[in-house]
Design a protein around this ligand. Structure first.
Ligand code: MN
Length: 255
């Protein structure tokens, strides 16, 4: 049952027994695993945290002005088994979800933690980074707007099956990845083109802030927010998402 469930989420599709032998990094209690570039071992995922509105231009397109100096970051979560792994070198087939007519991409740098802790300082936060991935925080935008209008939680807009598209993890050479191009195209047309240097809260800032609310652990992922240009994608369209120094993934949306 569980093995079928894991496969159905579109993660790499291994059962608990195989996952137990393949992982070796990240969280040891998870059957949700992500490949690691250059390693046979996989990365066990514990929790998926996501930062909101981390680029001013995207906040503005969402109708929010972030003041200077900025307030503390805010976060939401996706369930661990929402992971949908997009391998490097071949396209992921990703089904259009139910209950939306405005399904949006958000390309994001994802940070994976090698270790956790509480109340981390900036140095400890930098040391906690295992590596990076290209992620898509897939969003039912029509649902989100309706929930926002009624000041309700974003749950159904953000935390649904396969909503956490992610590439294999690239281990960090330099634990601080704070600049470089980030972008997304749909059927060859650039839709998002930003730079990691435009993040309001750097990955280290996000880890420091998160560790004040939660005890962090190896295996936690942090989606760091999206640059401007978010928009809809439809069945039959192909998204390509890239981050300089991390990689590029291709995702075909199916009916
Ligand atoms: Mn996002």
């Amino acid at each position: 049952m569980l093995a079928a469930g894991v496969a159905a989420t579109g993660s790499i599709g291994v059962g608990p027994a195989e996952a137990a032998t393949r992982r070796g990094r990240g969280f040891q209690g998870s059957t949700t695993v992500i490949p690691i570039v250059g390693e046979a071992a996989a990365f066990g995922v514990r929790r998926i945290y996501c930062a909101g509105l981390n680029y001013r231009a995207h906040a503005e397109e969402m109708g929010v002005r972030i003041p200077t100096p900025p307030p503390p970051p805010f976060f939401f979560q996706k369930p661990t088994d929402a992971v949908d792994v997009a391998p490097f070198g071949s396209a992921l087939r990703h089904p259009y979800p139910p209950k939306t007519a405005d399904y949006h991409f958000e390309v994001e740098l994802v940070v994976a933690l090698r270790r956790g802790g509480r109340d981390l300082d900036a140095g400890a936060a930098a040391q906690s980074i295992f590596g990076y991935a290209v992620g898509l925080d897939m969003t039912r935008r029509d649902v989100q707007r309706a929930l926002m209008e009624h000041r309700l939680p974003w749950e159904a807009a953000k935390a649904f099956d396969r909503s956490a598209v992610i590439s294999p993890l690239t281990p960090a050479d330099d634990s601080r990845l704070e600049k470089g191009a980030i972008g997304l195209s749909v059927d060859g047309q650039m839709r998002q083109a930003g730079d990691l240097s435009d993040m309001i809260w750097k990955p280290v800032d996000l880890i420091v802030a998160l560790s004040q609310y939660y005890e962090l652990f190896a295996g936690d992922l942090i989606y760091t927010g999206t640059p401007a240009g978010v928009g809809p994608v439809k069945p039959g369209e192909t998204m390509k998402a890239m981050i300089e120094g991390v990689g590029e993934i291709e995702v075909v949306v199916t009916a």
